[in-house]
Design a protein. Structure first.
Length: 318
């Protein structure tokens, strides 16, 4: 019953939202996020605790301002995704300012597939949707929502530009097949992972358990790793950025996986530091109380050569 009520509520909001111009949704989403901030004590506390640890040099007022901005952005994200649901391709493309498409096309020319990564940052769903129209459809590795009715709603949105879905559980073989066919696969790398397949990286000065899958599969297959981000632009528009590919390290084995994962995490952190209000600080990202339970699949892969660096203007350079 609870799932049905949640679904009907979202559908009702969606009907209202689709009648409004998209530039009006951002102030409405801001108000929705402010309301949630006022009443959701648990996630508000997690956000404040994370921000205090990440930005110890900032004042309490500055961190509170960021936290409010995070909730406001989440409200805008929900309403705008409901607006984009079912939108025709031409109207959607009119909202996009895309950067780095040539880098993605060059990555596909290598013939070994492309691994896109991002985090719960900005408009990550929009950046994934854009690939299906601007360059080529890709597969998205996702975890199902707890509410199966809302999960189906979100899946239809994710696939409306030609993308396909790979359930996270048991995903490795399907990802490898996609890469072997020179297709693109998108993953998020900013959630806590427990189990033997986690690697520890430094994220905002703290050790964070992170999936090793992205680096391990890139090192095994030679797939190009491309950071992909979606940012808000004025007037209800979106700026989608495909960054320079992340070059693999020269080391081998587990050290290469850890180093490669750190390089990817560094690019994500660079974006979050520049726009902290756009990252999902309500997630318990840093926790190490359970590193013993097993994950879906084990990946034992070796590394290959190459180096990379990050430029000061917010771009990962090859």
């Amino acid at each position: 019953m609870k799932h049905k009520v949640e679904y009907l509520l979202v559908i009702t909001v969606g009907i209202v939202v689709r009648r409004l111009p998209i530039f009006m949704l951002r102030p409405l989403g801001t108000a929705l996020g402010a309301l949630v901030y006022a009443f959701d004590r648990r996630h508000r506390k997690i956000a404040h605790d994370n921000l205090q640890a990440a930005f110890p040099g900032r004042s309490h007022r500055e961190r509170q301002h960021i936290a409010r901005g995070v909730f406001s952005h989440s409200g805008r994200l929900v309403l705008e995704l409901l607006k984009l649901r079912g939108m025709d391709s031409e109207a959607f493309l009119d909202l996009l300012d895309s950067e780095g498409e040539e880098r993605v096309r060059e990555a596909y020319k290598r013939g070994q597939g492309v691994l896109f990564f991002s985090g719960h940052f900005g408009y990550w769903e929009v950046s994934a949707l854009s690939q299906g129209l601007c360059v080529a459809p890709m597969s998205l590795v996702v975890r199902p929502l707890d509410n199966p009715m809302l999960d189906q709603l979100l899946l239809r949105l994710r696939m409306q530009t030609g993308n396909s879905i790979i359930p996270r559980k048991g995903s490795v073989r399907r990802i490898m097949r996609e890469l072997a066919a020179n297709k693109g696969v998108g993953l998020l790398i900013d959630q806590h992972l427990h189990g033997p397949d986690a690697v520890f990286v430094t994220f905002f000065g703290r050790r964070a358990a992170t999936t090793s899958a992205l680096a391990a599969m890139a090192l095994r297959t030679g797939a190009v790793v491309v950071p992909l981000f979606g940012l808000p632009s004025p007037g209800g528009r979106y700026r989608v950025i495909a960054e320079h590919p992340i070059e693999p390290p020269v080391s081998d084995g587990a050290q290469a996986v850890q180093e490669f994962t750190q390089r990817c995490t560094d690019v994500l952190e660079m974006y979050v530091r520049k726009h902290p209000e756009l990252w999902f600080w309500m997630h318990r990202r840093w926790r190490f109380d359970d590193m013993s339970s097993s994950t879906d699949e084990s990946i034992n892969l070796s590394g290959r050569g190459g180096t990379g660096n990050v430029t000061t203007d917010g771009h990962a350079a090859s």
